[in-house]
Write a protein that binds this ligand. Structure first.
Ligand SMILES: *[C@@H]1O[C@H](CO)[C@@H](O)[C@H](O)[C@H]1NC(C)=O
Ligand SMILES: *[C@@H]1O[C@H](CO)[C@@H](O)[C@H](O)[C@H]1NC(C)=O
Ligand SMILES: *[C@@H]1O[C@H](CO)[C@@H](O)[C@H](O)[C@H]1NC(C)=O
Ligand SMILES: *[C@@H]1O[C@H](CO)[C@@H](O)[C@H](O)[C@H]1NC(C)=O
Ligand SMILES: *[C@@H]1O[C@H](CO)[C@@H](O)[C@H](O)[C@H]1NC(C)=O
Length: 687
């Protein structure tokens, strides 16, 4: 009893499991394909095909019989079933007819290979993969399909070929071209496997060809053998079928194409990332996963992303492959490039030649930069050297004078700012630190006494007298130090006396004041400072006038500074027209040299005539001659002041001048004397 109960239990258990599976299938719905047999006899059964209830779309049922799949309701074995391409390969029966040996004029047995595989209209016989083969001697075989209303052969398709044999030896193995065997292409649209033949007298060939055969077959899967003239009538042949969602033929106008189907709830392409494709063989459509996806487009979420990078054979990439949704990225590694990294090798972005040239250019740039840097440094070094050479450190310590950098003065040193030019150099007018200044820039090679310069400049900078142009500072970063003075508005006495265009009316009082104050300035420099500072180049051009015609003597000591560097005796700097002949002879500049020059200035001021050296000093000589002979000098005086009747005062001025011009330097009065006498003269005029 016990084994029996065991068997019962086992049966119950399996029944329960089957029920459970069915319930799961029902609950999850047909489309999930859950719980359905995925394959049968080694053949994959993808949805919409399926085995068992709920596992297939209507019309796509497959049965698993004797460990092999067959199209439901038929004995037709399925060899292969694929979604992409949408094909299935099945074994179809062949059509044949055989002749009666005793009556070879007539067939007595036949089978036209009719199948009922297409009752739902899912399949079309693939015209691209299959061909019709007719085997037999003296026969015409054809495939008939799509029966239409009409006569005996009323089919939409009737296509076939003829085979003939001269004798038993005519048919050749491997040849299927009309002798014992013929083949022909078939049109698209065939729905049925059904053949027919014309009957011919077989009496002479019953020995070797008692039957005629016709069958559809994979184009690549049939080779004629002469033995096939007597082939087994049970034979089947592999045929490719195109399948599609073709709608329900019992409902007229039902979903024949993508466009219409996509609007219905019967639409089969339910997966995301799926596309609909119209059938190329018959009406209807198929579903495919979109590019970059794979799987079953007929199932929800059936299409999944392809990891292309895992399949480089199919998805080529010469660079770095990275998978993305619906595709993959293929980029060349850093430093490499390719127009199409998927199909063309990545090459180095910069080939060696380019690298070398880039390197070379880079190197040159670096060198150029270094050179520039070096030049800059050198320039700075030069500036520092000049600075030191010109006594910058000494001046720095003295702290009495401003030391300008080249940058400070650069805006001033423009050709449009030039206000004067001379043997010394150029004078620029400009604004530095908010003050209007005159910058004196010496030209040519310097003759300055390097050690002496800072001391002298320091002394000059300490001088503060209302009749001496104030030295504000200097710039030492150049070979020839530039000097920065306060700017005096009305220009030089020379300009005011002799300017052709706009002669200033200078009355005697103004001229007296100019002489008196200039003398004070010179006297101060000669005696009031503990260092005697000589001018060396006293002349109207070096006496500047401010807005009140108050004189300020410029360039104090500069001529001497410049002269000192050179040979003491023979390098005379200064205007020859005002130059002390004693200084010219001895080369020794003394305070009396300035006195001599001042004498010439007096004569020039009262005559308003230029003292010129080139005409043999005629101005000085004229006065001296008149003074010696006692002739009237009225002619020599400037008319402007001579008419006022101050001839006596003018004569006294000439007297002072003549004393200044004494060729015996010792006999000349000192500047202090001159200044004193001028003051007295001035007072006598305006008591
Ligand atoms: C076609 O429609 C009929 C009636 O609606 C139905 O019974 C049949 O199963 C359908 N066939 C297919 C292949 O959908
Ligand atoms: C073959 O033909 C002969 C003569 O007509 C007939 O008697 C015989 O029955 C036929 N054989 C078959 C199998 O039909
Ligand atoms: C093939 O068989 C089916 C079903 O038996 C039948 O309806 C159809 O008419 C047949 N076709 C031909 C051409 O005999
Ligand atoms: C055709 O068959 C006849 C008789 O068997 C033979 O004599 C002849 O040579 C054959 N012709 C060809 C071209 O094979
Ligand atoms: C022809 O088809 C049969 C059945 O599918 C298969 O076994 C055979 O390998 C095929 N031959 C060729 C040459 O494809």
């Amino acid at each position: 009893m016990r084994p029996v109960s065991m068997l019962q239990m086992w049966t119950a258990l399996t029944t329960m499991l089957l029920l459970l599976a069915a319930a799961v299938a029902a609950a999850t719905g047909a489309t999930t394909h859950g719980g359905c047999l995925p394959s049968c006899g080694g053949v994959d059964i993808p949805y919409p095909f399926g085995i068992g209830p709920g596992c297939f779309r209507e019309g796509f049922e497959v049965e698993c019989i004797n460990s092999g799949p067959v199209l439901a309701g038929t004995p037709l074995r399925v060899v292969q079933l694929t979604l992409d391409p949408d094909e299935s390969q099945v074994m179809l029966p062949i059509g044949w007819q055989c002749y009666n040996v005793s009556d070879p004029d007539d067939t007595y047995k036949w089978d036209y290979g009719n199948t009922t595989m297409n009752k739902d209209g899912v399949y079309r016989i693939s015209n691209t993969h299959n061909m019709l083969v007719v085997v037999g001697c003296n026969t015409v075989g054809y495939v008939a399909s799509k029966r239409t209303e009409g006569g005996a052969d009323a089919n939409a398709f009737n296509t076939g070929c003829m085979s003939y044999c001269n004798n038993s030896a005519s048919a050749q193995d491997g040849l299927c071209d009309g002798v014992g065997c013929c083949h022909v292409s078939i049109p698209p649209g065939l729905t049925d496997n059904y053949f027919n033949f014309r009957e011919y007298d077989h009496s002479t060939m019953m020995e070797y060809s008692p039957c005629d055969y016709a069958f559809l077959v994979d184009r690549n899967n049939y080779t004629f053998r002469r033995s096939d003239l007597k082939m087994n009538t049970k034979r089947t042949s592999p045929v490719w079928l195109d399948w599609a969602i073709r709608g329900n033929s019992s409902i007229s106008g039902d979903i024949p194409s993508c466009k219409q189907a996509s609007k219905t709830d019967q639409y089969a392409c339910v997966s995301t990332h799926s596309d609909c494709v119209d059938s190329t063989n018959g009406p209807g459509y198929n579903c495919k996963c979109s590019s970059g996806y794979q799987g079953d487009a007929y199932l929800p979420n059936g299409c999944t992303n392809i990891n292309e990078c895992a399949n480089p054979a199919k998805y080529s990439c010469y660079g770095v492959c990275s998978d993305i949704e619906g595709g993959y990225k293929c980029d060349c590694p850093a430093g490499y490039q390719s127009r199409y990294p998927r199909t063309e090798r990545c090459t180095q972005k910069f080939p060696l030649a380019a690298q070398i040239s880039v390197g070379a250019i880079g190197g040159i740039l670096v060198l150029a930069f270094l050179a520039f840097f070096f030049v800059l440094r050198k320039e700075k070094q030069r500036a520092r050297d000049f600075y030191r050479k010109n006594g910058g450190l000494t001046l720095e310590k003295a702290r009495t004078i401003k030391i300008y950098t080249r940058g400070d003065l650069k805006p001033v040193l423009k050709s449009t700012n030039v206000i004067g030019k001379g043997g010394f150099g150029e004078v620029y007018k400009g604004v530095v630190d908010g003050v209007i200044v005159a910058v004196k820039k010496p030209n040519g090679r310097s003759v300055l006494e390097k050690e002496q310069f800072p001391n002298e400049v320091t002394i000059l900078s300490q001088v503060s007298h209302k009749n001496i142009v104030r030295l504000l500072g200097c710039c030492l970063e150049v070979d020839n130090p530039m000097l920065v003075y306060e700017f005096i508005s009305k220009g030089s006495l020379e300009d005011n006396l002799h300017r052709a265009d706009n002669k200033e009316l200078l009355d005697l009082d103004v001229r007296l004041c100019i002489l008196e104050d200039s003398a004070h300035g010179l006297a101060y420099m000669h005696s009031q400072t503990h260092n005697t500072i000589l001018h060396g180049d006293v002349k109207p051009a070096n006496i500047l006038l401010d807005e009140n015609f108050s004189p300020k003597i410029a360039d104090f000591g500069i001529s001497r500074l410049i002269a000192q560097g050179k040979d003491h005796t023979r390098n005379i700097i200064g205007d020859m027209s005002y130059m002390d002949p004693v200084y010219l002879q001895t080369g020794r500049l003394t305070d009396k040299s300035d006195v001599y020059s001042f004498g010439v200035v007096i004569l020039e001021l009262i005559s308003r005539k230029r003292a010129t050296h080139s005409d043999n000093n005629s101005l000085v000589r004229s006065f001296l001659e008149c003074h010696q002979t006692g002739e009237s000098m009225t002619e020599l005086f400037d008319k402007e002041i001579a008419t006022t009747g101050d001839l006596e005062l003018l004569n006294k001025l000439v007297q002072i001048a003549v004393e200044c011009l004494n060729l015996e330097a010792d006999q000349r009065p000192s500047m202090t004397d001159v200044a004193g006498r001028l003051v007295t003269l001035h007072r006598s005029r305006n008591p």
